[in-house]
Design a protein around this ligand. Sequence first.
Ligand code: SAH
Length: 242
Amino acid sequence: MVGTGPGSLDYLTPAARSIIETCDVVLGYNTYLELIEPILQGKTVISSAMMQEVERVRKALEIAESGKKVCLVSGGDPGIYAMAGLVFDVAKSLNSSVQIEVVAGIAALNSCAERLGAPLMHDFAVISLSDLLTPWEVIEKRLEAAASADFVMVIYNPRSKKRTWQLQSAVTLIRRFRTGETPVGIVKSATRKDEEIIIATLDTFEPTVVTMQSTVIFGNSKSYIWNNRMVTPRGYLDKYHL
Ligand code: SAH
């Protein structure tokens, strides 16, 4: 299980790169495979268009059992809303003896925070708005808990062509706890060719600009915007009266 980072090869860790280089077979989503294409030469590549997640994992385990070194790639980090958990679920259910290793990747939240400034300097909660595997009532409860406890909120899977109302609904909920000046950072396709960075506030934020390749970060009550960067203070200035 290898994380390929947010997109650019510069953000693929040397550890992840060398593991991919020593593999015989690489499986993954087409988008991620395209992004790492330059290092896939000479390997058997099995793209996801051919099968769904569970089937892909079964296939990976099957090939590994035949003695090959198999790499299942995920964008970002493989253990964050990705495939690592599913690999263990399936391996456990099959009582598989395949040796499984998880190799971290730079997650979207790292690269998006970098692009925005320093929004994650204090406690933050990461919430996925995808209700494909999680009921909306559960997501709503977590949004409310995080918003009411003044966490910075990192929103993954914010909006897709089919899931269009969830983000607006999250904003309406967050507004019950935060003022209209609260900073909102939107990063689309971080580190990729079509990257876009938008810094807004809860008052000016326009959910329709958000795509599935975006991460949205809502600041806490202390977050601020300075020189078009989004910052959440850790508290040094108050403590040392700077
Ligand atoms: N395993 C990935 C997350 C996969 S879930 C990770 O660790 O980052 C897919 C969601 O991740 C997208 O809907 C988006 O919210 C976020 N994401 C992935 N790559 C991104 C990128 N390059 N820029 C902004 N957001 C990204």
